[in-house]
Design a protein around this ligand. Sequence first.
Ligand code: SIN
Length: 529
Amino acid sequence: MSWEAGADLVVVGSGVAGLTAALDAAAAGLRVVVVTKDGVGEGSTRWAQGGVAVVLGDVAGDSLDAHVADTLAAGGGLNDADAVGTVVRGGPGAVRRLRERGALFDARGPRLDRTREGGHSAFRVVHAGGDATGAEIERALVAATRDAGVTVLDGHVAVDALREVTGRVVGLAVLAGDGDAGVLRAPAVLLATGGYGQLYSSTTNPETSTGDGVAIALRAGATASDLEFVQFHPTVLWTGPASDTAGRRTLVTEAVRGEGAVLRDRTGTAFMAGVHPRADLAPRDVVAAAITRRMAETGSDCAWLDATALDGFAARFPTVYASCRAAGIDPLTEPIPVTPAAHYACGGVVTDTSGRTGVPGLYAAGEVARTGLHGANRLASNSLLEGLVVGERVVRAVLADAGPTGVSTPAGTVPALPVADRTVVQRAMSASAGIGRDAAGLAGASDAIEAVTATAVPADRAGVEDAALTLIAQAVLAAAGTRRETRGCHVRTDFPDRDDTYQRSSLQVRVDAAGRPVVVADEALAGVA
Ligand code: SIN
């Protein structure tokens, strides 16, 4: 059976960017439908621990310019400076409006409490519930969405954008859990689907993070960029070898180091001091790579995060504390075993800071998008910030762009897509496209995935997700193979140095007529790519 409905704006995803946009659109009088694979609020946002990086003007010595500078320093020369300025400067207003929507941040008296994370030169990260910032933001936004009467289509996976002959996006094909196909017609579709951490066996991301939005955008003719910059969080809880293949892993927020915890190797040596002037609070790519190196040098499966000297750990980090205790670890008296795990997609669908992709009618915001804020390595706690700021700006863009109304196109059919077995994809990516990649490994991973790829019409959510993971895996591998340098999150063991041939280039990825990703390097790379 199939059905059809209409809206002014379809929002795919129900995290911070999607719900912020949905609420603003509803407030502006637009008919909004939110499409979400699970229940509303089940995406990545709720798992975010650390907080929102924002300069509110009440921290001595901190400034918007300092936040901009830290973001640029972390990003390894690939940020778009205008995007950084827009998002950072949009932060204070966006956080104020989020609080007006009911989000409660931790405070000391009238002033919000702050913490620090890797790469930040000041205590500027606001947080909630100690280390449950994402959960509180999601709670507030879900409640506001219900109060506003926004229509939510839960249990539905977005399959493909509907397009007119001009290429303009005019709606979305969706599938329900039982395979029931539907069509949502709308002059504007916003992808806010999060990232693609599920490309890897071990990730902090929930099962929803399968890159659906990037895949939909690529197939609709949009460009993606910086896909090779997969950020590995330095510290996820390590509970034994089996946990390396156990899907979503428990984050141990960087704020633990921000409050004074120290990384140690198996001999008890605090090893970050010799690696970077900011030691344990170096940018995330530096810390994750240093841990990986130290584990290899010492033959360890993990490193240890020593928080035993911190006062009030259980109250300040209740989520981490409970997870440690559930794993039989007492962080008050013993160091926490940690390893890096896939955490965040710094790249994604190329957009401006108002969420516009290159395809009329198609928008993207949050982790799915590449605005240029993050460059080669995202500064900690800039992601919720970006979701809030761009989530608001995209609605203004949709209103300004004023797409056609009453569009009529033939009902979309679900296309046949290249699909590989998810376990093969995850194993290949984990083995060859993690921290430390080389040409042979990347090519081997691509071949291994290709060998199990067949073309099929996705019949359910798993099929749609597998097709997305297959496309994005090949896109990440192609981009990572083309970028023959080490920069930010992209560590090439065969090209260990930064090469400024790639300085101003973001490798662009599109799909060809057969649905396969191709890297379109810019002119600066014409001679080397
Ligand atoms: C963390 O709390 O360490 C993660 C925050 C982030 O990814 O920005």
